[in-house]
Design a protein around this ligand. Structure first.
Ligand code: PLP
Length: 405
């Protein structure tokens, strides 16, 4: 069997329609801003992308500002909101403990830079271990000093979906700006920008079966905007720089595919995940899925497997032909446990024993079965090499005490 990819929250393969659309676009070398013949093809690709994104998201084409990635969109949005807050005597930001680093680190920098000059205050709400969002705490924190509420739609590591309609409604009622990192939402749950009350949504093409190097900030009409990259008049003067036409063409393809197969794909993802979790819980002892009962995107399973080291498990599975995740993809290679899992209240030991499996549109049930068979063997072998786990089995120690050191 060729290697199987179960790490779709890190990035996705190109969908066949995205690949075809990309291939067709390769002859379009013109600058989309050029008014001569060569600019027309690229310009049409960007227009098609805006149209499809607008239809898919329920927003207006002019609300879409293309960027180089979601990290850039997040940074631009946060900088805008923080500047707006300072000008409006609002110096508080409410975020969560489980945001992607592009949000968490940008906010951390505001805190450092503006602590003295503007009394910057950052409130970081921690979801419960089971994924529940602390909505009552949010209510208590909101007030006339709140500049921005920035809470992601769905978490990349656990797959938990936060109550984004309620969050936006409450934050808008307090007069704050609202940002939502929607990177893990697109293609995983239905969403309408029109029916959501927030100001900004960020997206990434490569998490949606398209090329890397393209993201988008969806900016509600009337909400403030500061350009992070200044220069040319692209994107209605909101983001300078020639657009990534080829990535845009691939995104057009994957959006067309999604339009045709959304329902089927969502059912498939949930089937794969549910089958995987049912078999694991039935056949592998000492495994926990902390967020199992929380609202979740249908493709993600985050497990704590007692007695194993996530990194070692990942490498062993890779050797057997299965690509999975442990912690955030962006921070893999770093020995530190995932800050996101710690943000969900997991202990360091639990975070280090975690495994993330994220399924995609092109996975099959047979691959999941083969994976569980392999996982069983590998986990058993690694546990047999872990004296602490073996001792705990003999002594029948409670599970929480036998996680890796
Ligand atoms: N936000 C979330 C939730 C993510 O999962 C990621 C990528 O892992 C990003 C933002 C960053 O996306 P990009 O790679 O397009 O900058």
């Amino acid at each position: 069997m060729s290697p199987v990819y179960f790490d779709h929250n890190a990035t996705t393969p190109l969908s066949p329609t995205a690949l075809k659309s990309l291939q067709d676009s390769l002859v379009e070398f013109g600058n989309p801003s050029s008014i001569h013949t060569f600019g027309r093809g690229p310009k049409k690709i960007l227009r098609d992308l805006r149209e499809l994104l607008a239809q898919t998201l329920g927003c207006h084409g002019v609300e879409i500002c293309l960027t180089s990635c979601a990290s850039e969109a997040n940074t631009s949005i946060l900088q805008t909101a923080w500047r707006w807050g300072r000008e409006n005597q609002r110096n508080e930001i409410i975020t969560s403990t489980v945001e992607h680093p592009s949000v968490a680190k940008t906010i951390e920098q505001f805190e450092i830079d503006f602590l003295e000059s503007h009394g910057a205050v950052v409130h970081r709400l921690a979801p419960l271990r089971d994924g529940t969002f602390p909505i009552e705490k949010l209510k208590a924190l909101l007030g006339e000093k709140t500049a921005l509420v920035s809470i992601m739609a769905a978490n990349n590591e656990t797959g938990t979906v936060f109550p984004f309609h309620k969050i936006a409604k409450l934050a808008k009622a307090a007069g704050a700006l609202v940002h939502m990192d929607g990177v893990q939402l697109l293609g995983k749950i239905p969403f309408s920008f029109k029916n959501w009350e927030g100001d900004y949504l960020s997206l990434s093409a490569h998490k949606f079966y398209s090329l890397k190097g393209l993201g988008a900030a969806i900016i509600r009409r009337g909400s403030p905007w500061d350009s992070l990259i200044r220069g040319g008049p692209q994107e209605r003067q909101r983001r300078a720089g020639t657009e990534n036409v080829q990535a845009a063409a691939s995104w057009v393809g994957s959006l067309i595919e999604w339009r045709e197969k959304a329902e089927k794909n969502l059912v498939l993802l949930a089937q794969l995940r549910d089958h995987f979790e049912a078999r694991v819980m039935e056949e592998i002892p000492d495994v926990e899925i902390p967020c199992a009962s929380a609202p979740r995107i249908p493709n993600t399973s985050s497990l704590i497997i007692a007695g194993i080291q996530g990194e070692t498990l990942l490498m062993s599975l890779d050797l057997k032909g299965f690509a999975v995740g442990t912690g955030a993809a962006c921070s893999s290679g770093r020995p530190e446990p995932s800050a996101t899992l710690l943000g969900f209240g997991l202990t360091r030991a639990e975070a280090e024993s975690s495994l993330r499996v994220s399924f995609g549109w092109f996975n099959q049930l047979a691959e999941v079965d083969a994976f569980v068979d392999t996982l069983k063997t590998v986990v058993s072998r690694l546990r047999n090499l872990n004296p602490k786990y073996l001792r705990s089995q003999l002594a029948n120690t409670p599970q929480e005490e036998v996680l890796i050191d």
